[in-house]
Design a protein around this ligand. Structure first.
Ligand SMILES: NC(=O)c1ccc[n+]([C@@H]2O[C@H](COP(=O)([O-])OP(=O)(O)OC[C@H]3O[C@@H](n4cnc5c(N)ncnc54)[C@H](OP(=O)(O)O)[C@@H]3O)[C@@H](O)[C@H]2O)c1
Length: 245
C-alpha cells in the first residue's frame, strides 16, 4: 500500500533528515523543505535510492511568512504528516546585547514555525486528517539565565502546539510536541553535553515515528528529561532565581 507523504520543514537539519530517513524507511514519500533546497540533491538521491520512495525538494524560508501559502500550494500533494525541525539557538550573550539577534532567535523558534504550521493546520482541518509534529525544546519548560531567549521562544511554540492540538482534537488532526533534551547535532556542536542526557538524531527520529503511530501528544525523547524538567519546574521561584543551572 502506498504510504502518505511526509513534509519536513527545516529539511537540512540533522534531526529533520534523520526523521526523513525514518519515515522513508517505512515507505513514505518525503518532501524536504529548506533554504537553498537545491543544495540537498545528494540527500534527496540517497533517501530515494536507499528506500525506493519519491523525494522532492522545496525552497522554503520560514521567516518569509508572506510566501507560506504559495509554498504549500507548490507541494506535489498536501502531506499527511508535517514536521517542523526549524530552529536557531543563537548565542544567549549576543541576544542580551543585540535586539536584532534576539529577534532572529525568537522569530526562528516561535513565530516562523508557528505561522507555517497554522496554515498547514487549516488545510488539514479542511481535509479532516493529518498529523503535525513540532520540535520544541525542554528549554521552553522554564526560563533560565543561560538560554532564556531561545527558551522563551520554544515556550511560545510549545504553547502554540498545545492550543492547536486542543483546537483540532475532534477534527481528525493530531499534534505531537517533541521535547528532545540535548541532541548531538550541528546546533550543539562544540558544547560539552553529558552523554547520558544526549540523544542522537536517530533516537529522536525513532521517537517521532513511534509518537505519530501511537498518536502521542507530548514526548520527552529521553524519559529522564521529563523527571529533570518536572523537578526544575517545581523549584520555588524564590529559590530558583538565586540558582545557577
Ligand atoms: N540539538 C539539540 O540539542 C536540540 C534540542 C532541543 C530541540 N532542538 C530543536 O530541534 C530542531 C532541529 O535542530 P537540530 O538540532 O537538527 O539543528 P540544526 O541541524 O541546526 O537544524 C536547524 C534547522 O533549522 C533550519 N532553519 C533555521 N531558520 C530557518 C528558516 N528561517 N527557514 C528555514 N529553515 C530554517 C536550519 O536551516 P539551514 O540549514 O538553512 O541553516 C537548520 O536546518 C530545532 O527546532 C531545534 O531547536 C534541538
Amino acid at each position: 500500500m502506498t504510504q502518505p507523504p511526509v513534509l519536513i520543514l527545516g529539511g537540512r537539519s540533522d534531526i529533520g533528515l534523520a526523521i526523513a530517513h525514518r519515515f522513508a524507511s517505512q515507505g513514505h514519500p518525503i518532501q524536504l523543505a529548506a533554504r537553498n533546497a537545491a543544495g540537498l540533491e545528494a540527500e534527496k538521491t540517497d533517501i530515494a535510492l536507499r528506500y525506493g520512495v519519491e523525494v522532492s525538494l522545496h525552497e522554503f524560508d520560514a521567516l518569509a511568512s508572506d510566501g507560506h501559502g504559495a509554498f504549500l500550494d507548490g507541494l506535489p500533494a498536501l502531506p499527511r504528516i508535517a514536521v517542523s525541525a526549524v530552529g536557531y539557538m543563537g548565542e544567549q550573550a549576543e541576544s542580551e546585547r543585540d535586539m536584532a539577534a534576539a529577534r532572529l532567535v525568537m522569530r526562528s523558534n516561535f513565530e516562523a514555525p508557528a505561522e507555517v504550521l497554522a496554515l498547514i493546520a487549516n488545510r488539514f482541518e479542511e481535509r479532516g486528517s493529518g498529523t503535525i509534529v513540532g520540535i520544541s525544546s525542554v528549554a521552553g519548560d522554564r526560563g533560565r539565565a543561560t538560554n532564556y531567549v531561545y527558551g522563551s521562544a520554544k515556550a511560545g511554540f510549545t504553547a502554540f502546539l498545545s492550543g492547536l492540538r486542543n483546537r483540532l482534537a475532534k477534527k481528525g488532526v493530531h499534534v505531537v510536541t517533541v521535547l528532545p533534551g540535548f541532541v548531538a547535532t550541528r546546533m550543539t556542536e562544540g558544547l560539552d553535553l553529558p552523554a547520558r542526557l544526549t540523544a542522537t538524531p536517530d533516537e529522536v527520529a525513532d521517537a517521532v515515528w513511534r509518537a505519530t503511530e501511537k498518536r502521542r501528544n507530548i514526548i520527552y525523547v529521553k524519559p529522564i528529561w521529563w523527571l529533570i524538567m518536572t523537578i526544575i519546574r517545581n523549584i520555588p521561584e524564590m529559590v530558583f532565581k538565586g540558582m545557577k543551572i
